[in-house]
Design a binder for this molecule. Structure first.
Ligand code: ADP
Ligand code: MG
Length: 323
């Protein structure tokens, strides 16, 4: 079991940002409206995620750290069929296999909670603890027992870059959740959680950028789209500023990017790219995860149709501005 956890950990826990992703997705799944993320030394020393979600039932806490005991869904195909971001139930046991984890959680607002500590997959503490409803997960000394893996870690700035990139996207995907991110105590992001996506764009990219965004909205028998795209005057050196969200899940889609770039065709100088946050809703049967769910890549069953739709909606929004 311990070996299985370490093998799974190799897949699930690639770097500190993967831990942040799994913990934050669990908090989102738990219905949290506030999610605070604190990291130290690029997440290698500490990753702490605190949420005000449903909490973990007292008796479920140990189970949550056991492999495959908890999967919210049964197969990868189900991934887009349900609202939850979690899958497989292997994140927590995998993380606990390669770090020191401390979890305080309470499923009731009585101030009663439970504290569990795990080190390298072994339970080292299990006691009552005062806690308000929600979950407080601390992951410290990541890869302390897998030195080979630790050696692969890049600089603190690089690891932090992966973490903040992920947190920015999940905050953009969930404007109704108040996120905060700090690194070594310094604030990197704070969103209000009032549902205003433009405010999240301002928090991530700055107020001037937010002012240079155009709202987009479109409907189609198979899709609906809403979000913001930048005025052609506001350009970037790469496509990292394009955030695609499908059914509440942040994904990477070359098809959507290409469609958007097509809409900007002739409007942008060569090798310049727009900024965009596109939220696309579709029947879950029209989208499939490709290869590995945690890798963010997906496959659309009607890709050409989707491309045309995205290009049309974005093109309309850009065209309207000219008149
Ligand atoms: P999965 O998300 O696939 O179910 P995880 O290993 O990520 O598997 O989490 C195991 C279980 O622990 C979850 O199914 C959930 O019941 C519980 N859990 C983990 N984190 C939280 C949280 N922040 N709030 C409430 N429950 C949580
Ligand atoms: Mg999970």
């Amino acid at each position: 079991e311990q070996l299985a956890n370490q093998i799974a950990a190799g897949e699930v826990v690639e770097r500190p940002a993967s831990v942040v992703k799994e913990l934050v997705e669990n908090a989102v799944d738990a219905g949290a409206t506030t999610i605070d993320i604190a990291v130290e030394e690029g997440g290698l020393q500490l990753i702490r995620v605190t949420d005000n979600g449903s909490g973990i039932q007292h008796e479920d806490m140990e189970i949550a750290f056991s492999r495959h005991a908890t999967s919210k869904i049964q197969s990868d195909r189900d991934l887009f069929r349900i609202a939850s971001l979690g899958f497989r139930g292997e994140a927590l046991p995998s993380i606990a296999a390669v770090a020191r984890v401390s979890c305080v959680s309470s499923a009731e607002d009585s101030g009663l909670g439970r504290l569990i500590r795990m080190e390298g997959g072994k339970l080292t503490a299990d006691e009552h603890a005062g806690a308000s409803q929600g979950t407080d997960m601390s992951v410290s000394d990541l890869f302390f027992n897998t030195p080979a893996r630790l050696k692969y870690m890049k600089s603190i700035q690089t690891e932090l870059g992966h973490i903040s990139d992920y947190v920015y996207r999940i905050a953009l995907a969930h404007p109704g959740i108040a996120f905060s991110l700090t690194h070594n105590g310094g604030s990197l992001l704070r969103t209000r959680g009032d549902g205003d996506r433009l405010q999240v764009i301002a928090a991530v990219y700055g107020t001037n950028t937010a002012k240079a965004m155009i709202p987009v909205q479109g409907d189609h028998p198979d899709y609906d789209l809403q979000g913001f795209i930048s005025k052609p005057e506001l350009t970037r050196a790469n496509r990292n500023g394009i955030t695609t969200i499908v059914n509440g899940r942040y994904i990477r889609s070359y098809a959507v990017q290409q469609a958007l770039l097509q809409a900007y065709h002739t409007l942008l100088p060569i090798n310049r790219f727009p900024l965009a946050v596109l939220e696309i809703g579709m029947h879950p049967g029209l989208v499939d995860v490709n290869v590995h769910p945690s890798k963010l890549e997906v496959r659309f069953s009607k890709e050409a149709e989707l491309r045309e739709f995205v290009e049309h909606v974005a093109g309309e929004a850009l065209g309207k501005r000219r008149h």
